[in-house]
Design a protein around this ligand. Structure first.
Ligand code: PLP
Length: 637
């Protein structure tokens, strides 16, 4: 059967228009054009969905009064065009379903190729995905090749469905656009509250006879309804439900709503394992380290040094001695600038940073540049917010003394090409530091494989306590660096004539550090290692892709930072709505996001902005969190 035959009886645009005109003399066709345009150019069904919602309300109204002589309704005419409309609205959903299934099929294939043994466990979630199709052979879970074939054939079926549905959509879009125009007059419109509850409408419009046998199709839902509950979403060794359960603060209620924590870029929440570890430390181990010959000093020192080893293992450092505990990324960058770089700077020497940097990776360099007469050069970014490598390379001269670059931009989410940044710096004989504040909790990091000279990060952005952070440095560079602070702990021997200081890392850890917090950092990294950073990265990536897709559908919303390689950050602005107002309204719904300049003014000003609204993701976030965010934004804009 050809598409034409299949959809025979669809009214032409002219027919619908004349029907429209007979129903509503002040019918406005321009308003239809917008919906049609969106469907055809972007696949966005927003306007048409709204129209269909209104149409449905209208239709019930019409049915109720269809006997009244004052309403010139032709019910069969109405049916004629509302019926095919249900399929048009399904077309983009079919296409989405197909893309999703195709991706699943590919992932399953990769899994089989990689690890046929363990594929069974990993494949099970995909089987859950297919539940919506109601036709899964019971043997599927035990018979992987069969399961895969089934998945594949589902994908193929969806492909041909999607193709014919979209062909059909093209054919009758002019008629549908007229229907959209009808919608303008159809009251009552859904209230914001209804839209919030529903997560957005993708309605079907039915005659009374049709409605008797109507079964809602899952695929017409516009907001993604994960077919899997959090307890079915596997992130490494745990389910998402288990992970969420590990973070007690996620049970908080804010303004009568369940907390949705999307301010992970500012700080992350702590798992019970970290809270318990701190409590254990203060209950059983608390003492100053390295001093005193008693049992608790030994316990405390062991715990502290064990944490150092855990950090080294987590980031692939060759030795625990290469790990210096500091207060956080900011202190770490200041340490490297002052203790290592400053001694090599003469007037006119150059330090390279990138346009994406957090103020913490700008101001310390400005301070030492001012002191020494050095200059700062800035690697530019393209329109998506990605560093332009060729321009970065052009900045190097004989005067270049150091590079400091972020791994992930805290404002745009850009994942920079760190391996290339490092290789280019090294090709010019220049040392480089990577600011890992926004990367280390989201992307597996191996400083040895990257060949980074220095790598810094903050504990509080990786589920550990505040007040602890890390500087990794190559052993010879730490050796070449001067002590940062002077005082106890960092010395071997002191007289008034001369002081002999300890080797790294102690030479940088003068005074009493945040011992318990370092131990807590160790616990946080162990927690992540148990789950698996690769799996965490994959889960967050799926959330990010889903969130971007849904955010793009919101009229007037502009994502800021659209690099192909992004992590965690979903900065945006909305036409005509103040960022702070969005932040406050989201907070009223229990959703925590950051608004403002995020301490990266140069990056934002490059995009002509003084601030954004910035939701940021972490391992415990769920698809429901994203849906809450989308509903929240939609209720405001
Ligand atoms: C990329 C980046 N660098 C550095 C910092 C500073 O981190 P901290 O305040 O923990 O020292 C941040 C904090 O947001 C950041 O996002």
């Amino acid at each position: 059967m050809t598409t034409n035959e299949k959809y025979a009886g669809v009214p032409s645009a002219a027919e619908v228009e004349s029907l429209a005109n007979s129903l509503f003399p002040d019918f406005e066709p321009e308003l239809c054009a917008e919906g049609t345009e969106k469907l055809l150019t972007t696949g966005d069904t927003g306007v048409l969905d709204l129209a269909a919602g209104k149409a449905q309300a209208y239709y019930s109204k019409v049915s109720a009064v269809s006997g009244a002589p004052s309403v010139p309704v032709n019910p069969s005419g109405l049916e004629q065009y509302v019926q095919p409309n249900t399929e048009v609205f399904s077309a983009p959903a079919y296409i989405n379903e197909y893309t999703r299934l195709e991706n699943l099929a590919q992932e399953a294939e990769t899994l089989f190729a990689k690890e046929p043994q363990s594929a069974s466990t990993e494949f099970t979630p995909y089987v859950g995905e297919l539940d919506g199709y109601n036709a899964i052979p019971s043997s599927l879970e035990n018979n992987l090749p069969q399961g895969f074939g089934y998945l594949d054939s589902l994908a193929n079926n969806s492909a041909s469905e999607a193709k014919s549905a979209s062909l059909y959509a093209e054919e009758i879009t002019p008629a549908v656009s007229q229907l959209d125009g009808f919608g303008v007059y159809r009251e009552p419109q859904p209230t914001n509250e209804q839209v919030n509850q529903s997560g957005g409408y993708s309605p079907v419009v039915l005659s009374e006879t049709q409605s008797a046998s109507y079964v809602p199709a899952q695929s017409t839902s516009r907001i993604y309804q994960p077919s899997k509950a959090d307890s079915q979403i596997i992130v490494g060794t745990k389910t998402l439900a288990q992970i969420r359960n590990d973070f007690p603060i996620l049970n908080e209620t804010i303004n009568g709503h369940k907390l949705v924590w999307l301010d992970n870029g500012a700080t992350t929440q702590r798992p019970q394992a970290v809270i318990d570890r701190l409590s254990y430390y203060y209950t059983h181990e608390n003492s100053n380290v390295h001093r005193g010959a008693h049992t608790l000093a030994a316990r405390s020192t062991d715990a502290y040094e064990n944490a150092r080893q855990i950090v080294a293992d987590f980031i692939g450092a060759p030795d625990a001695k290469d790990i210096v505990f500091v207060r956080g990324t900011t202190e770490g960058i200041n340490l490297v600038a002052n203790a290592y770089v400053k001694q090599y700077l003469k007037p006119g020497d150059e330090i390279i940073v990138t346009l994406l940097e957090h103020h913490a990776n700008i101001v310390p360099w400005q301070l030492i540049a001012q002191e020494t007469g050095a200059v700062i050069k800035v690697a530019p970014v393209d329109a998506t917010g990605q560093i332009i490598l060729s321009e970065y390379e052009k900045l190097f001269t004989k005067r270049t003394k150091f590079v400091s670059a972020t791994h992930v931009s805290n404002t745009l989410g850009t994942v920079t090409p760190v391996a290339e940044l490092i290789a280019i710096a090294h090709a010019h004989g220049v040392r480089i530091m990577i600011d890992g504040a926004q990367s280390v909790a989201h992307i597996p990091v191996n400083v040895s494989a990257l060949d980074a000279d220095f790598f810094v990060f903050s504990g509080h952005k990786i589920f550990a306590p505040m007040g602890i952070g890390v500087v990794y440095g190559k052993a010879d560079l730490l050796e070449a660096a001067r002590p940062y602070h002077g005082g106890g702990n960092m010395i071997k021997d002191v007289t008034f004539e001369r002081t002999v200081y300890n080797p790294a890392p102690n030479k940088f850890e003068a005074g009493t550090g945040s011992v318990a917090d370092a131990v807590g950092l160790g616990a946080a990294l162990q927690y992540l290692t148990e789950i698996g950073m690769e799996a965490i990265n994959k889960h967050e990536h799926e959330l990010l892709v889903y969130a971007i897709k849904e955010m793009k559908k919101i009229p007037g919303l502009h994502l800021v930072g659209t690099a192909a390689n992004k992590a965690s950050v979903l900065s945006f602005v909305v036409d005509g709505v103040n960022n702070e107002e969005i932040g406050q309204k989201l907070n009223e719904l229990g959703i925590a996001v950051r608004t403002g300049h995020h301490c990266a003014q140069p990056a934002l000003r490059y995009f002509g902005l003084e601030g954004t609204v910035r939701p940021t993701l972490a391992l415990y976030n769920s698809f429901e969190d994203i849906d809450a965010l989308i509903r929240g934004i939609r209720s405001i804009v």
